[in-house]
Design a protein around this ligand. Structure first.
Ligand SMILES: Cc1ncc(COP(=O)(O)O)c(C=O)c1O
Length: 441
């Protein structure tokens, strides 16, 4: 979650149409819905890495990991249209699509993970994963990172500190800091050992409170914590600690999954670890709602033997057709290679920019997942949260859409579609250059 969250407060700056829509939205949809940007964007069309608003202005989408293979990808449209024209039902009837897709998806996961269930959202996947982890281990205690977001159900929001103080934390959950080598001042070579020690300390503290350990629920990109993909292997020792203490590792792949991190298809795989449960969502259907929870058969059994699971829309043939098209496109268009190569080129461009802008404290990431941390002072690393929000408004004025992350909301989260090409880098880096100049403190 982030603080790029508005309700149209800046009314005076809005044109008549935008002001009208913003007010109507709040009147009809209620105050819980928030908008990106002080001057909301009214999008009407997308194609590949780009979006267009109602006035015909073109934008570069640097935030969208849902339409991950590109907006309005013709193959996804074709697959969905064809299946919708034939039939759409649910998983209580036999259908080859869901079986073929499940086999394909499992072939991309470690062989130990051999069963998969389907839902509609990442929240539902994590909700089920927590229940499965508790049923398997007999413990209740789940460790999460200190600024993580895992969903909007009662159970997952209770495991989502990023939602802030208004959510009731789960009494059995405990928080661990993310592996933030930059702010903690820990060298990459020391980070794995530090993280493993933190993990053991957190498990010990949980036990001292009388809570039995069930497992760790973590997004290996630490997206809402501030984007810490780290060196490959960084998480391995920490996950070993989870396992030696009898817990399960739930890898929340809603953000890093489906080729985004470039080196590997899944975020956890960069670290050479084998999770017990993997949850996935957002990019899985390129905008068509579908999510999944895959697990080791043995882990799933304690839950599934006792509780029948039905999700009306989960795994329906139309959503699965979209999901199958996504896998096919990633392979055929070699989007994992593209994420790795173009992402590295982008970070090179950003590192060059950092030579000219003192505000840039750190450039980090892997594949097409980059964090750009803004600081007021490179020595003290004082977070430039307010400035980061101004920067994203300036970027918006230059047609670049993105947002911020982290506890200080000072990390620009650059997470474009995988359709983003080398030729888009100039637009993004140029707009950042101008935006950083425009907000000089
Ligand atoms: C890491 C992570 N997990 C889970 C979710 C929840 O997914 P959904 O919004 O599809 O329920 C999100 C959404 O932002 C997320 O970023």
């Amino acid at each position: 979650m982030d603080t790029n969250s508005f309700r149209g407060e800046d009314e005076a700056a809005l044109d008549d149409v935008t002001r009208g829509m913003t007010a109507q939205r709040e009147r009809i949809l209620g105050a819980s819905y928030r908008l990106f940007y002080r001057r909301p964007v009214h999008l009407v069309r997308g194609e590949g890495a780009y979006l267009w608003d109602a006035d015909g202005t073109k934008y570069l989408d640097v935030y969208n990991n849902v339409a991950s293979v590109g907006h309005a990808h013709p193959r996804v449209i074709e697959a969905v249209t064809r299946q919708m024209s034939a039939l759409n039902t649910h998983t209580r009837y036999l259908h080859t699509r869901v079986l073929d897709y499940a086999e394909d998806l499992l072939s991309l996961l470690p062989e130990q993970i051999d069963q998969v269930m389907f839902m509609c959202t990442g929240s539902e996947a994590n909700d089920l994963a927590i229940r499965v982890a508790r049923a398997y281990t007999g413990g209740q205690g789940i460790i999460i990172t200190s600024e993580s977001y895992h969903g909007n159900t009662e159970l997952t929001s209770a495991h989502s500190p990023a939602l802030g103080g208004n959510q009731l934390p789960d009494p059995a959950s405990r928080r661990i800091a993310p592996p933030d080598g930059y702010r903690q001042g820990i060298a990459a070579t020391e980070l794995a050992a530090w993280y493993a020690a933190e993990m053991q300390r957190t498990i010990d503290a949980m036990r001292a409170d009388g809570v039995a350990f069930a497992g760790l629920l973590a997004d290996s990109a630490f997206s809402s914590d501030g984007v810490f993909l780290g060196e490959p292997g960084m998480l391995r020792a920490g996950i070993d600690v989870v396992h030696t203490n009898g817990g399960v590792f739930i890898a929340d792949e809603v953000q890093p999954g489906f080729a985004r991190t470039g080196d590997t298809f899944w975020g956890f795989a960069r670290h050479g670890v084998i999770p017990d449960i993997v949850t996935m969502g957002k990019p899985m259907g390129n905008g068509i709602p579908i999510s999944g929870m895959a697990a080791r058969r043995e882990v799933l059994e304690a839950f599934s033997r006792q509780i029948p699971y039905f999700n009306t829309f989960g795994g329906n043939p139309v959503s699965v057709a979209a999901a199958q098209a996504v896998l096919d496109i990633i392979r055929e268009e070699k989007l994992q290679d593209r994420a790795r190569i173009v992402g590295a080129q982008l970070r090179e461009g950003l590192s060059d920019l950092a030579q000219r802008h003192e505000l840039i404290g750190d450039v980090r990431g892997a594949g097409q997942f980059t964090g750009l941390e803004l600081v007021l002072d490179r020595e003290t690393k004082k977070p430039a949260g307010k400035i980061a929000l101004q920067v994203i408004e300036e970027l918006r004025n230059r047609g670049v859409l993105t947002s911020v992350a982290g506890p200080h909301a000072n990390v620009l989260k650059l997470r474009p579609t995988l359709a983003f090409a080398s030729s888009d880098i100039d637009w993004l880096v140029g707009a950042l250059d101008e935006s950083l100049l425009a907000v000089q403190p």
